[in-house]
Design a protein around this ligand. Sequence first.
Ligand code: ATP
Ligand code: MG
Length: 183
Amino acid sequence: MHFSKLRLTGFKSFVDPTDLIINDGLTGVVGPNGCGKSNLLEALRWVMGENRPTAMRGGGMEDVIFAGAKSRPARNFAEVALSIDNSERLAPAAFNDSDTLDVIRRITRDVGSAYQVNGKDVRARDVQMLFADASTGAHSPALVRQGQISELINAKPKARRRILEEAAGISGLYQRRHEAELK
Ligand code: ATP
Ligand code: MG
C-alpha cells in the first residue's frame, strides 16, 4: 500500500483545499519556520485516527480546525483525505476490493469526527485497524515527530518494545486482544 495523495481542507493553516501528491521514492517538504510542514504530518496522523489532541499540539480536537486569520474567518470543519494506492491488493480483507482506498476524516465543531472509506461511513476503530494491520497508523514509528529522536534515545525498554511490535505488524492483534479482554 502506497500513500499517493493527501488533501487538506480547513485543517490548521491549510484553509483552502490543498493537495500533497506523494510520488514513489522520497518526498521532501521544505519551507520557512511556521509554513505548515509539521501540520502536514499531523494531518496524516489525524486521518489515520489519532485521537489525542496533544499529539496534534492542541488542547482539544477541534483545535485542528482553521481558527481564522486577520483576513479570513474561522472555519466550521476540517477535513483530511488520504488516497492510498492499493493496486497490489495488500489492504486488509474488509477494504481490499478496489485499486484505490480513499480514507476521509472530517471534524465539525460541536459534532465531532466522522470517517469514510471509499464513500462508506465507518467507525474510527475501522480506520485505526486498517492502518494497524498494514503496519502503519497514527502511532507508527515511521512517523517521527519533531523532537522525537531524543525521546527515543531516552526511552525505557518497554516503550522500545512497543516500537518493535508496531514495526513487526502485530499491534493490530494487541488491540483486538485488549478489546476481547474487556468484553
Ligand atoms: P518549523 O519549521 O518551525 O517546525 P513548520 O513548518 O513545521 O515550522 P507548523 O508548526 O506546521 O510549521 O505550522 C505552524 C503554523 O500553523 C502557525 O503559523 C500556526 O499559527 C498555524 N496553525 C496551527 N493551528 C492552526 C489553526 N487551527 N488555524 C490556523 N492556523 C493554525
Ligand atoms: Mg515543524
